[in-house]
Write a protein that binds this ligand. Structure first.
Ligand SMILES: Cc1cc2nc3c(=O)[nH]c(=O)nc-3n(C[C@H](O)[C@H](O)[C@H](O)COP(=O)(O)O)c2cc1C
Length: 208
């Protein structure tokens, strides 16, 4: 069985093992606001943490020249909006991943419609099926590269019509999210779903 001592691996190989192993990853398209205007970028080191309060996290590595625009903007304005990347907006998401110079508005480059948020200053993307307005709780600097682990409190939820019912059940099929796999262009859809109720002594269903 192949096995590896992480201490003996080059960082590039550690990274390849990480992104190839932890799959599929949801993708957050994050809007932020800095002195040079709004910014949007996708992050697949992303997940929810729990509630209450509702909390999400994503992780941003540095580029050669230093912190990415998303991190710089969150330092200036400690708020952001997380959008779930659906199949319908995947190509525009991909445009937002281009390493444009600071000040270039990726929202405009991608052809997204920026609309005002309710409780935070960065705009949200109208075309995204879900938008979570967040206030920064903590930004942790981790690792030697380093990574910035951004933790946010969700203060406002937006959904396109027909996704959430009156009991707050979310129809994932109507979001139709894509997930990130390994490699330069690896993604997946949720076209092969199944249900497996949790087994509990009392028989009642339990959340994760
Ligand atoms: C699907 C996808 C997922 C990505 N996930 C991450 C990630 O989790 N962390 C990261 O630092 N960069 C990630 N990137 C790269 C950033 O999106 C890219 O560096 C972007 O230009 C950063 O933009 P900014 O400088 O405007 O913040 C990802 C790119 C794509 C296409």
């Amino acid at each position: 069985m192949p096995e590896f001592d992480a201490a003996t691996l080059a960082w590039q190989d550690q990274y390849k093992l990480m992104i190839g192993t932890v799959t599929p990853r949801p993708i957050a398209l994050v809007t932020t606001l800095g002195q040079s205007g709004p910014n949007a970028a996708p992050f697949s080191f992303f997940n929810c943490i729990g509630a209450p309060p509702p909390m999400v996290m994503f992780s941003v590595g540095d580029k050669e020249s230093g912190a990415k625009d998303t991190v710089q903007n969150i330092r200036e304005t400690p708020e952001f909006v997380v959008h779930i990347v659906s199949d319908a907006i995947k190509d525009r998401m991909n445009v937002c991943a281009v390493d444009y110079p600071r000040g270039v508005n990726e929202l405009a480059e991608a052809g997204f419609t920026a609309v005002p948020s309710r409780k935070v200053r960065p705009p949200r993307i109208a075309e995204a099926p879900v938008a979570l307005e967040c206030r920064l709780m903590q930004m942790l600097e981790l690792g030697r590269k380093p990574y910035h682990l951004v933790i946010g409190e969700v203060v406002y939820f937006h959904y396109h019509e027909g996704i959430v019912n009156e009991r707050f059940h979310v129809d994932v099929g109507r979001i139709n999210p894509i997930g990130r796999l390994a490699g330069k262009g690896g993604y997946t859809r949720i076209t092969d779903r199944f249900e497996m109720p949790r087994i509990t002594p009392g028989g009642a269903g339990k959340g994760d």
